[in-house]
Design a binder for this molecule. Structure first.
Ligand code: BEZ
Length: 230
């Protein structure tokens, strides 16, 4: 007779949700998430497995960019379902042996969570059985200083992430929060930004008729302006 086992389905976190809480052991000591990161942005990201090539290229890239994220008030936290000793051995190998695309002696100073129980990976929807039931997919969670999930990107196992895009997304969300603007397709820092449709910049008609040069309107619903100065 077929045995029916009860399976609990954990809902995937969504944009706008509070980041699920957890305590974990990491390569930098224990963490209490997200409260240890209150007041900072955090990028919580998962990788499928230690000692694999795509993940190694990603870790070297992320570690090299860590200071850029630090300057943006953003901490990095990695995770895989490997154990702590595997993490430590892999990161030591990266530092001691791997030279890749001009990066060498790369030290990973941000915490890498051990998640052999898959407790955290399950909470964050990082285990996607259609792709793998034994490894986390490449998830990227952007969590704001109030502990709210602001953006999520998932990639399959075979696809290394674009860290330029991860940084761009962070800078764009920070600009949106600070200046009450939105950012158009392929926006890069310094490019023009989108003026909100209603509110602080006058009515649609006023904006269409504003030829002062500050605001450029393509139609009543689509206006841009220069990125506000600090
Ligand atoms: C990698 O990082 O190279 C990798 C990991 C798991 C599956 C496929 C590739």
């Amino acid at each position: 007779m077929e045995q029916i086992t009860e399976q609990t389905t954990i809902p995937m976190p969504r944009i706008g949700d509070k980041a699920p809480e957890f305590k974990a052991v990491t390569t930098q000591g224990d963490i209490n998430f997200p409260s240890d990161y209150s007041g900072k942005w955090v990028i919580l990201f998962s990788h499928p497995a230690d000692f694999t090539p795509v993940c190694t290229s990603e870790f070297m890239t992320f570690a090299t960019l860590e200071k850029d994220f630090e300057a943006l008030n953003c901490k990095l936290v990695g995770l895989s379902v490997d154990g702590l000793y595997s993490h430590i051995a892999w990161l030591r190998t990266i530092k001691d042996k791997i030279e890749y695309k001009g990066m060498k002696n790369v030290e990973v100073n941000f915490p890498l969570i051990e998640d052999i129980t898959m407790n955290v990976a399950q909470k964050y929807g990082m285990i996607q059985p259609g792709e793998s039931s034994t490894k986390a997919v490449r998830a990227v969670f952007f969590i704001d200083p109030k502990g709210i999930i602001r953006a999520i990107i998932y990639y399959p196992l075979s696809l290394g992430r674009n860290f330029d895009e991860i940084k761009r997304a962070l800078v764009a969300m920070q600009a949106a929060d600070k200046y009450n603007i939105a950012t158009p397709a392929d926006w890069r820092p310094g490019d023009d930004v989108i003026v909100p449709t209603a509110g602080s910049c006058g009515t649609a008609k006023e904006r269409m008729e504003d030829h002062s040069g500050d605001i450029k309107c393509y139609d009543w619903f689509f206006c841009t302006k220069a990125m506000p100065k600090e």
